[in-house]
Design a protein around this ligand. Structure first.
Ligand code: ATP
Ligand code: MG
Length: 561
């Protein structure tokens, strides 16, 4: 057990205090309680890191509990993906895998207990009527005409609901609290409803299902959770959470709220993510543009980067939005150490080196990571025809353009100096399609024997061993920082970035990269960090750009001096 640093945030402070006063006898049990109605996103990662992290730091345990009380939206696919994502983030629930649906019998007994003590009643109002009777923040609610049914009648009706004797909407079970309570959650909330739908685990066993508020706290109690950490929107539900546990007189977990994670240029709500999916704006839950854990994984994020990010943003009590640049910065920090450098030309321009022998092929030695010599070196091959980035050539160079143009000399990284003598143009479009160059044999390795300097260095790939690949370049999914901020009549989907994916179909990569395995990560010099997509094969390699380099040029220049 490592000593928890209680100065880090208010939550760890509360837990340390509880340990000091012996509130839970020094035990720390947290839980991560996803509803299996979608894939996890980076907001959930914050909650995962928090709950599992706290358990680890305080020598406790963290349960993974599926809050599966709504059969209409839930599926096994989500149950499986959630487990995979939590594990990938690096956390282990051990024996402690639970499902709220495993407690359906117990929850039913709790409901009976409330009826028997006169604290719950069967109501025949429709959903609309319940809403009308509820009142508002400024007006008290109205009591249901069914509120004063006898305990016997309530028991018999509720057992009938359980037996499937009634249709959907005919009855609900409601807590009997206070229709004038300032907190609307306490105005006789519905705790059971009739739903004739098969559940992904209990199948057709139950025609009634507990509401979230009734299931959640009691599940915490059954598991003897000490600290039930949830997001701020549940703050107003805490009095109800406490009311159930007090009335039932069962183990009392402590609910504590923290601010949910929001990130600029991103939407983080399963409802929104499902809309993106159904609207065809993305291709799958793990589309690399999605802020889902599976999307980020496919995009090339590391679990370490996500965990470091969650550490860095810490937990607060007030809602705020984190700049996506911080996430990307944390990612680069991690990828920089782990990614071997390679050369890949995304938008190739052919270069013929006229004074280089036709069939000669040379090995050029290149370091795999200038910042980490232990990552070693590799050979790349050089020959008469190479590709450089279209962007690295201008027929008419603007001021301060130090890359290639007619009559100019540049360095091909680790290889030779070359000079451009002429260009070949497409007869119809006039576009430059090929450069005719010469090389200086006395500049092998990229340094000149006579001390002559050039200012520009280009990455390149030799045609003779080039790997043809598709490279998918991603940008933020939304053009605006706060996609949900829209003018009247506007729609958050209007803020979707039409260029969030650009596919480079003719990329040329250095030799061997077609054998990289899905998930393998690289830094393409000057271009950013990339990883092999899950759809990639040696015959048709596909790479995803994880994140661009922040300052491509400065970084590259530094590694060359
Ligand atoms: P969404 O709003 O995306 O649908 P949710 O809260 O309904 O999310 P749940 O499956 O109920 O999704 O969430 C599981 C846990 O993750 C909850 O404890 C919830 O508070 C937490 N969580 C969800 N979104 C965030 C977020 N953006 N930041 C931090 N924690 C989050
Ligand atoms: Mg939810």
């Amino acid at each position: 057990m490592t000593q928890a640093d209680t100065s880090v945030d208010f939550l760890r402070g509360i837990i340390a205090d509880d340990n000091r006063t012996g509130k839970f006898g020094g035990r720390v049990v947290t839980r991560f309680p996803p509803e299996p109605n979608g894939y996890l996103h980076i907001g959930h990662a914050k909650s995962v890191c928090l709950n599992f992290g706290i358990a680890e730091e305080f020598g406790g345990v963290c349960h993974l509990r599926f809050d599966d009380t709504n059969p209409s939206r839930e599926e096994m696919e989500y149950v499986n993906s959630i487990q995979e994502d939590v594990r990938w983030l690096g956390f282990d629930w051990g024996e402690n895998l639970f499902f709220a649906s495993d407690y359906f019998d117990q929850l039913y007994e709790y409901a009976i207990k409330l009826i028997e003590s006169g604290k719950a009643f069967v109501c025949d109002l429709s959903a609309d009527e319940v809403r009308d009777y509820r009142g508002s923040l400024v007006e008290p609610g109205k009591e249901s005409p069914y509120r004063n049914r006898s305990i016997e009648e309530n028991l018999s009706l509720f057992r009938g609901m359980r037996a499937g004797d009634f249709g959907e909407g005919e009855h609900t079970l409601r807590a009997k609290i206070d229709m004038a309570a300032p907190n609307l959650n306490l105005r006789d909330p519905v705790i059971y409803r009739i739903l004739k739908q098969a559940h992904h685990r209990t199948r057709d066993e139950w025609p009634i299902y507990p509401m979230y508020d009734f299931a959640h706290g009691q599940s915490d109690s059954i598991e003897h959770v000490t600290h039930s950490v949830c997001t701020l929107e549940f703050e107003d539900h805490r009095p109800l959470y406490d009311w159930f546990l007090d009335e039932l007189d069962i183990y009392h977990s402590q609910q504590i709220e923290f601010a949910r994670l929001n990130i600029t240029h991103t939407v983080l709500s399963k409802r929104r993510l499902i809309e993106l999916l159904n609207g065809g704006y993305v291709t799958a839950w793990d589309d690399p543009r999605m802020p889902t854990i599976s999307g980020l994984r496919r995009r090339g994020y590391t679990p370490e980067a996500l965990r470091n990010f969650c550490d860095r943003i810490s937990v607060a009590r007030r809602d705020n939005t984190v700049d996506i640049a911080l996430l990307e910065h944390t990612l680069r920090d991690d990828l920089n150490q782990k990614s071997p450098r390679v050369m890949g030309v995304l938008d190739p321009l052919k270069v013929v080196i006229e004074n280089y022998p036709e069939d000669k092929v040379e090995d050029i030695i290149s370091t795999n990571n200038p910042e980490d010599p232990s990552m070693g070196e590799r050979n790349v091959s050089f020959s008469r025809v190479v590709y450089i980035e279209k962007d690295d050539f201008r027929e008419i160079p603007p001021p301060k353009f130090y890359r290639l143009s007619p009559g100019k000399e540049v360095r091909l990284k680790d290889a030779y100096y070359i000079t451009c003598n002429s260009v070949v143009k497409d007869e119809i479009t006039g576009e430059v399609v090929e450069l005719r160059c010469t090389y200086d044999p006395d500049t092998f390795g990229g340094t000149s024997a006579d001390g002559r300097k050039v200012r520009g260095t280009s990455h390149w790939v030799s045609e003779e061993s080039a790997v043809d690949a598709e490279v998918r370049v991603y940008d933020h999914l939304f053009t605006t920082e706060y996609p949900d901020d829209v003018e009247d009549g506007g729609d958050w989907k209007d803020n979707i970035n039409p260029d969030s994916l650009v596919v480079m179909k003719n990329a040329k990569l250095e030799r061997g990269l077609n054998h990289a395995k899905p998930g393998e990560r690289f830094q393409f010099l000057r271009q950013g960090y990339f990883c092999v997509d899950k759809d990639s094969t040696p015959e048709s390699p596909v790479f995803n750009r994880t994140v661009p380099l922040r300052d491509t040029w400065a970084r590259f220049a530094r590694s060359n001096t």
